[in-house]
Design a protein around this ligand. Structure first.
Ligand code: V47
Length: 355
């Protein structure tokens, strides 16, 4: 049944929306895995990447109330927190963790009602002052749009100012699902799908590479996932500014919409179909925090070529019931990759080999 799609993949032809529908409706995950693996090998050989990174969430106080998010709090609510710049720097100190040294810090947090844009600029410049070599991957498109709003500046200016203070690349969060019907049910206050894509386009044109994500497994259907992937593929054709795509498996605990965890089959299908549809993305990331270590290993046989990194202290998914550890040592990541039959490659933030 997938013969025609197989022929297209093997001859390097782009898959259509109809092909994507057939792939999602198919139960033949073995063929799907083989095809996605074929594409992944063509792009990245037998390599699987990991990075020594740390996640820092400066605050969970957020003016938005996304119904899938278990991390955010209102100001004054129990569990709300704010980190000072000193506390952030302390988390990055070598002695703060036995899993050092990091090459990248990933920063994202709530949309704080009172912090001015200058606070974020200072945060980056102080981090760079203390750790000149660290790569700063910070702030989702949602945060960038919020900074523009609170500072009265254009998106482009906000990005250029952040870049001047040390921003190197941006993570892919906040994309959720682009279909506005679903988006309005999940996160009516969040920037629109057009807004998300526009911020990314401006970032790419300003020379800032970013990632892209898709939150799946909540109330969306296959067609809406396909629409999301096709819109990313379209923007990537224009800018080539995305480095990696990361499908994010929805976690239901402590969220307003509840529901259930995604199945392993759905996780693998989504990774494989992403690899096949996003023919212009170099990397597909199996985020081990959300998929768990075992499904992440399998994902490496279904088209993924990256498992993210050491992370150290994950909060967003663990607030919503993630069962994985909150961080792993580089050696554990290497072993995970080796046991999946792949060659572990420690990378920097631009997928260059380190060590
Ligand atoms: O934007 C929130 C998602 C994202 C839940 O770019 C949830 O390298 C599952 O974007 N269940 C933040 N997901 C994380 C993110 C990310 C992670 C790792 C690497 C990169 C990268 C980006 O987490 C949010 C949202 O889509 N999220 N709540 C939840 N209950």
């Amino acid at each position: 049944m997938l013969q025609n799609i197989r022929d297209k993949v093997l001859s390097g032809q782009r898959l259509s929306k109809e092909d994507a529908v057939r792939l999602f409706e198919s139960d033949d995950i073995f063929t799907l895995g083989k095809l996605a693996s074929y594409v992944a090998k063509k792009k990245n050989g037998n390599k699987a990447y990991f990075i020594r990174n740390i996640h820092i969430n400066p605050t969970n106080i957020c003016v938005n109330r996304c119904k899938f998010c278990a991390f955010s709090r209102s100001k004054g609510e129990a569990g709300a927190y704010e980190l000072s710049i000193k506390e952030i720097i302390k988390k990055l100190q070598p002695q703060a963790s036995s899993l050092q040294p990091f090459t990248e810090v990933h920063i994202t947090g709530g949309l704080h009602p009172d912090w001015p844009f200058e606070y974020y600029l200072k945060m980056l410049s102080k981090i760079k002052e203390a750790f000149p070599k660290i790569h700063i991957k910070a702030f989702t498109a949602t945060e960038i749009e919020y900074f523009a709003k609170i500072s009265g500046q254009s998106i482009r200016n906000v990005l250029l100012e952040l870049k001047k203070q040390g921003l190197n690349t941006m993570p892919g969060g906040g994309a959720e699902i682009f279909d506005m019907g679903v988006r309005n049910q999940l996160c009516p206050e969040k920037l629109s799908s057009y807004g998300w894509l526009a911020v990314m386009e401006i970032a790419h044109k300003a020379g800032i590479k970013t990632n892209a994500t898709m939150l799946y497994g909540h109330i969306e259907n296959y067609e809406q996932r396909i629409d999301h992937l096709l819109r990313l593929r379209e923007l990537q054709d224009m800018t080539n500014g995305f480095q990696a795509f990361i499908p994010l498996a929805y976690h239901p605990k402590n969220t307003e919409i509840g529901g259930s965890y995604s199945s392993g089959i759905d996780d693998l299908k989504t990774i494989a179909i992403s690899r096949l549809i996003l023919d212009n993305f170099s990397h597909i990331k199996a985020y081990w925090i959300m998929l768990g270590e075992k499904i992440s290993q399998l994902a490496l046989l279904f088209g993924a070529d990256d498992i993210d990194g050491t992370i150290i202290e994950e909060k967003i998914t663990h607030s919503a019931g993630a069962l994985s550890s909150k961080g792993l040592a580089a050696d554990e990541l290497k072993n995970m990759i080796k046991k999946a039959g792949k060659i572990p490659v420690e990378r920097d933030s631009f997928y260059r080999k380190v060590h």
